[in-house]
Design a protein around this ligand. Structure first.
Ligand code: URA
Length: 426
């Protein structure tokens, strides 16, 4: 038998936690026998002193064991899932899930809501009138068999220890600990029962991991956890110093995703969607299918429409538009050489696309559109950003976050683009 103070002291003093200490503390915390203040102290000790590979694996296993495990092994097709560590303008799941399903691989995508300046897939999809995020396990299974793709909220039964711990980390400055991020993500993905998994580990100003080495360490840790649990896992490290596409918000990101499904859309969104789709198909043993063809021939769009309808949504309904807009003009003529993901993410968040308090509602129509991407020519006085919100009093703080968030160099300056996919681990 253990007690919380003994476990906290062991980690505070730089020791390794034993398997039985880890099993005990996760179970006792889930049941409410370890108090939030004790778990906060332990999370901070883990953030400061780290964890070894065995400890992270055991911590992850204990979080999985705190709830149920789903099983899709009786489906008629293989399964693959994708998880992004969170970014700005990251709407990739929306075109990706139906695209991979159109290629013959089922996608059980349990998604989350926005966190801080990063957007959440469920918040985006809820901008579609009628669309429902909560499905029972049975509904999820049936939709996977019939449609091939589901994007929904994780049920309460899945890794409940993570639900509690995640909310606690969010308010105690302990989100950025690699062992805690890796175990949080992987406990949910392993419990979800996907056969293969592709991790999109974001790197840059708009990501939780700001530098490449830290992101690599996170990716290696997660790939190790997945592989040890029998899930085919690879990670792509992708740039998040520039926001993805041309929109950050909810309804406006759905609209951009539909453009991609219709064969258009911003080049970077298409590139990342296809790169992740190829990895998911390879992991599920279907490298023979070319996802670019399924995007071009409309079959991914057909799955999207069926998937949205299956969850009560109307893919043809007009989405809510923000009541107010404010245009920011380019202050000079030249070449846009930097567009900072964090600045754009904060602006979208402050306009009401994200929430300031857990459980608060988000605005469907709020967000930021940018009219130029790095490398584009801009002209003084022409629109650079359009800010959208229902509450005009939000403009001032959103504008403040865009301050210093972009650079315009003299006309004719050559712009050296950084690659979108920075590395692959797996
Ligand atoms: N996403 C998660 O699910 N958990 C984390 O800790 C960070 C991002």
């Amino acid at each position: 038998m253990h007690d919380a103070v003994e476990v906290i002291l062991a980690k505070r003093d730089g020791g390794e936690l034993s398997d039985s200490q880890i099993d005990w503390v996760i179970d006792a915390y889930t049941r409410g026998d370890v108090a939030d203040e004790q778990m906060s102290a332990l999370a901070m000790a883990i953030l400061l002193n780290g964890m070894g590979r065995r400890e992270i694996a055991r911590w992850t296993a204990a979080m999985i064991a705190s709830g149920e495990r789903m099983d899709f092994s009786t489906l008629s097709r293989p399964t693959a899932d994708k998880h992004s560590t969170g970014g700005v303008g990251d709407k990739i799941t929306l075109p990706l899930a139906p695209l991979v399903a159109a290629c013959g691989v089922a996608v059980p995508q349990l998604s989350g809501r926005g966190l801080g300046h990063t957007g959440g897939t469920l918040d985006k999809l809820e901008a579609i009138p009628g669309w429902r995020a909560s499905l029972s396990n049975e509904e999820m299974f049936d939709q996977l068999e019939a449609v091939g793709a589901v994007i929904c909220a994780a049920g309460d039964g899945l890794a409940p220890a993570d639900k509690k711990l995640y909310a606690l980390r969010d308010v105690t400055g302990t989100v950025e600990a690699i062992p805690l991020i890796a175990s949080s993500i992987m406990s949910k993905k392993i419990a979800e029962g996907t056969g293969s998994l592709v991790l999109d580990v974001k790197v840059g100003t708009g990501a939780f991991m700001k530098d490449l080495e830290k992101a690599r360490e996170l990716a290696r840790t997660m790939v190790g956890l997945g592989t040890d649990a029998g899930v085919h896992t690879v990670a792509l490290l992708t740039d998040m110093s520039t926001p993805l596409g041309r929109t950050a918000g909810n309804a406006i990101e759905v609209a951009e995703s539909v453009e991609v499904l219709a064969g258009g859309g911003p080049a970077d969104v298409v590139e990342l969607t296809l790169a992740l789709a190829r990895e998911m198909l390879a992991g599920a043993g279907r490298s023979d299918v070319d996802p670019a063809e399924k995007l071009a021939d409309g079959s991914a769009m057909d799955v999207w429409r069926t998937m949205i309808r299956a969850q009560g949504g109307d893919p043809d309904a007009a989405m809510k538009q923000a009541r107010e807009s404010h245009v920011v003009s380019a202050p000079s003529t030249g070449v846009l050489t930097r567009l900072d993901a964090m600045a754009v993410g904060m602006a979208a968040w402050r306009l009401g696309a994200g929430r300031a308090k857990q459980g608060a509602a988000v605005q469907d129509g709020a967000g930021v559109l940018w009219h130029a991407r790095p490398g584009d020519e801009v002209t003084e006085g022409e629109p650079l950003f359009t800010l959208l919100t229902d509450e005009p009093e939000r403009f001032e703080r959103a504008l403040a976050s865009l301050d210093g968030g972009f650079d315009i160099a003299a006309p004719g300056t050559t712009y050296q683009a950084t690659p979108l996919v920075l590395d692959r681990i797996g």
